[in-house]
Design a binder for this molecule. Structure first.
Ligand code: URP
Ligand code: ZN
Ligand code: ZN
Length: 460
């Protein structure tokens, strides 16, 4: 099977030019002006952008969490991702405390295998680092291609590890060329504020937000960075939301410490006024919470300053019936919101179209940097001869309105209901196959492949 994409404007993280692309099988085999090859399929891309398929480095599909399962499974979640131009997702396998990492891996493989539309990889979340867990790290990196290890500094009793475990994990992961990632918020301060609010009858979703002030994030961010400095571990902070957290990263840069940082599209687009809607605010109960306009501005600046490298979604939707469990107690609202489908179009619409970031930057933060940081480059994350043909033909003129009535998430509300955007992934090619064409799906579940990632020797 071969495809010739004609006359598109090809944009990568570094380049921007007009050319044709010839795809043979699963990979790009030629790029050039006026390519005159015969192909099984010709796609006219005049007037459109031709960009690498998106990589979302932070999603939770069918995740057991806070008494429910996130409502998108591997089938619905990765199909929604593909509709939005995200061709690879990295999901989290979560160790149960008291059990092994491999137990968790087998459980997650059982849910994912054969059900996935996009390509996918796994991070391993280590929630119980001990002498037995330690022995599993080497094989996960070298045999399973899982080279990133997630940690939580909050959610005590379920997911949180202490600092001693953190440095132990960092030292072990470093030996084999992996990276430690973190949900950096101070769980103990949050638990204290939560208990205080509940005790005084402050039970509405707004108190979820008020129980996680900025300092809970900046303190943990600084502590994690110091532990990474002490151990020399590769480090990555997930879902950064706020100015003071970013300043901790800037402090690390002053001593020439490399720390990778992710934010999520909701923190760039929404602000804390979402918590002024009574119980409806449960839709945006996530951790960390949505922050202030000043933080939104700080995040966009940090992208341009190179402090933030990736934009994810932390897609973790729950049906409204599950959110309702917290009607009288915000601690019972499962944390998380839908978004996997909208990341690329929101980045274009709110970022490029409004002059906040360049097109090259959009490609970098939505695809290339994730591929580099997590050991998938140049197989993924760019358009180049030999790379997987994961390519989006993106229509920059297409206006549409985000809504639960039209999205592909398996979730009965939208975090962006009524939000108007300009720009849409029109054609989505995954490993040389036109998977989505103007909203029509041409692949079956199971087409998505697990991406074994290499150890991280020379990350950006
Ligand atoms: O609220 C969130 N973010 N839910 C998913 C789990 C996590 O903390 O990333
Ligand atoms: Zn988190
Ligand atoms: Zn998450």
């Amino acid at each position: 099977m071969s495809i010739l994409i004609k006359n598109g404007r090809i944009v990568t993280a570094t380049d921007d030019y007009f050319a044709d692309i010839f795809i043979e099988g699963e990979t790009v085999s030629a790029i050039g002006k006026n390519l005159n090859f015969s192909a099984d399929e010709i796609i006219e891309a005049k007037g459109k952008l031709v960009i690498p398929g998106g990589i979302d480095p932070h999603v939770h599909l069918e995740m057991p969490f806070m008494g429910a399962f996130s409502s998108d499974n591997y089938e619905t979640g990765t199909l929604a991702a593909m509709h939005g131009g995200t061709t690879t997702v990295i999901d989290f396998v979560i160790q149960s405390q008291g059990k092994s990492l491999y137990d968790a891996l087998h459980e997650w493989q059982g849910r994912a295998t054969g059900n996935v539309y996009s390509d996918y990889a796994f991070h391993m979340a280590v929630t119980d680092f001990n002498s037995e867990t330690q022995l599993e790290i080497k094989d996960l990196i070298e045999k399973e291609g899982i080279s990133s290890f997630k940690t939580f500094m909050a959610y005590k009793g379920a997911l949180m590890i202490d600092d001693r475990q953190m440095v132990g994990l960092m030292n072990e992961v470093k030996k084999y060329g992996g990276i430690v990632t973190v949900h950096a918020t101070n769980g103990d301060i949050i638990d204290y504020l939560v208990a205080k609010n509940i005790a005084t009858g402050n039970v509405s979703p707004k108190y979820h937000y008020l129980s996680q002030p900025e300092i809970t994030e900046s303190e943990a961010t600084g502590r994690f960075i110091d532990m990474a400095y002490q151990t020399g571990s590769n480090s990555y902070i997930v879902h950064m939301t706020c100015e003071e957290g970013l300043n901790k990263v800037r402090d690390a840069q002053k001593r020439n410490q490399k720390v990778f940082v992710e934010t999520c599209i909701q923190y760039l687009v929404l602000d804390a006024s979402v918590y002024d809607k009574g119980f409806e605010s449960a839709k945006w109960v996530m951790s960390p919470p949505i922050r202030e306009i000043k933080d939104q501005k700080a995040l966009w600046s940090a992208i341009n300053q190179g402090v933030i490298q990736t934009v994810a979604t932390d897609h973790c939707p729950f049906m409204w019936k599950d959110k309702l469990k917290g009607e009288n107690d915000f601690t019972k609202i499962p944390n998380g919101a839908p978004g996997i489908e909208h990341r690329m179009e929101l980045l274009y619409s709110e970022g490029v179209n409004k002059g906040k970031i360049s097109l090259n930057k959009m490609v970098d933060i939505s695809s290339t940097s994730s591929a580099k940081i997590f050991g998938m480059f140049p197989q993924k994350g760019t358009i180049a001869v030999g790379s997987d043909a994961d390519i989006i033909i993106f229509d920059t003129e297409k206006k549409h309105v985000l809504s639960a009535s039209t999205h592909h998430h398996h979730c009965d509300y939208s975090a962006y209901e009524g939000h108007e955007v300009i720009g849409k992934a029109e054609t989505v090619i995954l490993r040389g196959k036109v998977a989505i064409d103007s909203g029509n799906v041409n692949i079956n579940k199971g087409y998505g492949k697990f991406v074994k990632r290499s150890k991280l020797t020379n990350i950006i």
